[in-house]
Design a protein around this ligand. Structure first.
Ligand SMILES: Nc1ncnc2c1ncn2[C@@H]1O[C@H](COP(=O)(O)OP(=O)(O)OP(=O)(O)O)[C@@H](O)[C@H]1O
Length: 457
């Protein structure tokens, strides 16, 4: 403990012990408060917060059972379930320490203590508390961000029979803990389904943690998902929980699961089977309680048939499957989606905007390769550029697949080759700017990267 770190409360009926603790700790921690009467613990904790509480096990004269300590421990945990409590006792033995830790204590200190040892134990206890606080803060931030993100697009729009079926399935499975696999092209609303499942589940007070597996490099995969301990690798400057731990008691959404390499599929399967994660560099696994939702735009079943995706993992993921059809297959949704987005963008840009007949016709005949995401962008652009209150077909800047007269030489009509040529051209037109190219193509940056990798661009 070089820098003074931590707020400590020491509770012991022996004033000499308290004095010795104060003397030892005061040059190492920020605050040391001592208390000889355990009955005051409740009041103290209601007005002040501490990182670590050192608690005697026996208060009544001649008592050795430790029962009193256990009762006060319970009281502390009732007030602050994340409290870090270290028991101090002269009568400690292995059995009692195991019992104390099972009851929620973090560690055990034996009297008489060695200064070095007690300082080291307190220092790790302070760190533990601080990382618990960090997880708590992150969860709160996540809640806040989620409610902000949910505001404008909380409405999940769809009147087509296909979307009604999706809504029904969400209603049926949200309350269960079943693993859900969401399938659909890019931009069809897979993440919206995942959020709707979480919002309508019993876990909705806890975090919804989304992980884009397509954007995780191989080197980051394990530490992002499972966390790491300090020193596990060069950049591991401090202990850090992974996404699974952050999603504790909540929902984890693994997007682009089809992108997972076979070795990582095996690792994920082990975590899901054992329901525990081990931080990189740690040797003790931690149990996890999460609801798993995953999504992909890739044909997982075909991939499993070709040994590109593990069949056993697929069966873990798809207890329930929800398939989102592409927008071009549900034209009934186009007028309602248009109204929905125009409402949002008219407010945002302080302009009146309605869809004219010719514009609607154009929307209904377009293929929407980027689905609702592309639809949303097209309408936003139209509202910004429109000159009158009624959007005409000219206000909708659609990018239909270019023909060879537009400058793309199509060597064949093979879809992969056509896709490759279009991506190549759009990248060139945007001077290699991935964000701009992705937006023009109606794709996420990740999806574009994936396609570039596939075509070796
Ligand atoms: N039915 C819908 N109603 C309202 N908004 C929608 C609907 N479907 C999609 N959107 C909007 O379209 C955008 C893309 O949706 P989302 O991110 O859920 O798609 P996705 O399938 O997860 O995409 P990707 O596969 O690229 O990650 C979001 O802004 C979302 O709010």
């Amino acid at each position: 403990m070089q820098k003074k770190n931590g707020r400590i409360l020491a509770v012991d009926d022996n004033e000499d012990i308290l004095f010795a603790l104060k003397l030892l700790l005061k040059s190492h921690v920020e605050v040391v408060k001592t208390e000889s009467n355990p009955a005051n613990i409740e009041n103290i904790l209601k007005s002040e917060t501490f990182d670590v509480i050192l608690l005697d096990m026996n208060f009544t004269k001649d008592a050795i059972s430790g029962q009193e300590g256990f009762q006060y421990l319970q009281k502390i945990l009732d007030i602050d379930p994340a409290a870090v409590v270290l028991f101090i006792t002269a009568y400690g033995d292995v059995e009692k320490s195991v019992k104390a830790i099972k009851a929620g204590a973090t560690d055990f200190i034996l009297k008489p203590w060695q200064n070095e040892k007690i300082l080291a134990t307190i220092s790790s206890a302070v760190k533990l508390r601080q990382s618990r606080n960090e997880v708590h803060d992150l969860k709160e931030k996540q809640h806040e961000m989620q409610s902000i993100m949910d505001q404008p697009f909380a409405d999940f729009i769809g009147v087509s029979p296909a979307m009604q079926k999706v809504f029904n399935t969400i209603k049926k499975v949200a309350q269960t803990d079943a693993n859900v696999l969401i399938l659909g092209e890019n931009g069809t609303g897979k993440e919206l389904v995942a959020r709707a499942l979480h919002r309508n589940s019993v876990r909705n007070k806890e975090a919804f943690i989304s992980v884009d597996l397509g954007a995780l490099s191989e080197t980051l995969f394990e530490s992002e998902l499972f966390g790491h301990v300090k020193g596990a690798f060069t950049d591991a400057k401090a202990d850090r929980p992974g996404r699974f731990e952050l999603a504790e008691q909540g929902t984890i959404f693994l997007d682009e699961i089809g992108n997972l390499s076979l070795p990582f599929q095996a690792k994920l399967l082990t975590v899901l089977e054992r329901r525990e994660v081990t931080r990189v560099g740690a040797n003790k696994p931690k149990p996890i309680d999460i609801r798993l939702i995953s999504a992909t735009n890739m044909p997982l079943k075909d991939m499993a048939g070709q040994d590109e995706f593990r069949m056993d993992l697929l069966y873990r993921l798809n207890t329930v499957e929800i398939e989102l059809p592409p927008l071009r297959e549900r034209p009934e949704d186009i007028p309602v989606l248009a109204e929905h987005f125009l409402n949002i963008f008219s407010k945002k840009y302080k302009k009146t905007a309605r869809v004219g007949k010719s514009a609607l016709n154009k929307m209904l005949h377009y293929q929407w390769p980027g689905n609702v995401r592309e639809f949303q962008h097209v309408l936003e652009r139209a509202v910004i550029l429109s000159e009158g209150p009624v959007l005409s077909e000219d206000d909708l800047q659609l990018s239909p697949p270019k023909s060879s007269s537009d400058g793309i030489e199509l060597a064949s009509y093979n879809l992969d080759e056509v896709e490759r040529s279009i991506i190549e051209k759009v990248l060139r037109m945007n001077s290699g700017n991935i964000s701009k190219a992705a937006s023009e193509l109606g794709l996420t940056r990740t999806s574009l990267y994936r396609r570039m990798e596939k075509y070796g661009l």
